[in-house]
Design a protein around this ligand. Structure first.
Ligand SMILES: [Zn+2]
Length: 110
């Protein structure tokens, strides 16, 4: 099962974070950490990257989760971030993260 998330779902037109429920902000924090880590490490590229550990526990995704697996993530050739847990079935993709506040690519570009 893959959790497909469009980062813009969490943002207003100016790119600021919307007021989220506690559950949603937990999920968002998890996702934004992945974006930060992946965009920082890989920079701009168009080739398929290997999965890298992003220093997040699987259980960070939600309150009731107890999986202590490590999260690995990469950007795919289409620019989508893909992540998965190295222990359980949890996996997902993140769309439209480029240019967001959590996109670290910019600082290396300009
Ligand atoms: Zn897991």
């Amino acid at each position: 099962m893959t959790l497909k998330v469009d980062l813009r779902q969490f943002l207003d037109e100016k790119g600021n974070l919307l007021l989220l429920t506690e559950q949603a902000s937990t999920v968002f924090k998890f996702l934004s950490e992945i974006v930060l880590s992946v965009s920082q490490e890989s920079g701009v590229h168009s080739i398929e990257q290997p999965f890298n550990s992003v220093n997040l526990r699987c259980s960070t995704r939600g309150f009731a989760l107890s999986c202590l697996g490590d999260i690995e993530a990469r950007t795919s050739s289409s620019g989508t971030i893909e992540w998965h847990c190295d222990t359980c079935e949890a996996a997902g993709t993140i769309l439209n993260w480029q240019g967001s506040l959590w996109d670290m690519q910019k600082s290396t570009l300009h």
